[in-house]
Ligand binder design. Sequence first.
Ligand code: GRF
Length: 194
Amino acid sequence: MNKTKIAVLISGNGSNLQAIIDACKDSNYPAEIGLIISNNKDAYGLERAKTSGIAYEVINHKDFSTRESFDKQMDSILTKNKIEFICLAGFMRLLSGYFVNKWKNKLINIHPSLLPAFKGVNAQKQALDYGVKVTGCTVHFVTEDMDAGPIIMQKVIEIYSTDTEKSLTQRLLEQEHKCYVEALSLVLGAKNDL
Ligand code: GRF
């Protein structure tokens, strides 16, 4: 299996990162994680990186005066590490046009709603407040517009009358982990077949 060397960008808990780490352990899975980047030194996802022995970098966006200079630093570290593909997994920074265009078709994200519904932060709360009866998650290519790139895969769940933001978030995460692992495999499998 010709594995693609990917980077995962995080800001927090990193449960989607963990799902990708676990999937990559399978010799038949088409990805290996070459680098984890966090913009937050306290992200729990960094503990996951340490536990699994994967290289990581903390790049604090506050050390940079512009969005683009932060992105250029990330780009140079990704290139230095020979990264071929990037997964955003709870990475809470908007990326510049420079970065998004440079990594076009090699940059994907997961969002906890059925896009194009409920873009932006607190998607679970937005869904509850609106009163929709189903919601889900979306893995999509990243473009300059937030939460708007071509959709790769979605998974749907029902919203129960008893759901709280916490219970919905938890049930969604279970689907997110499956969706991210399957979508990444789909995209990389298609790329390797070319
Ligand atoms: C997930 O809900 C993801 O869809 C969103 O941020 C959250 C990250 O969770 N983009 P985790 O850090 O992967 O646990």
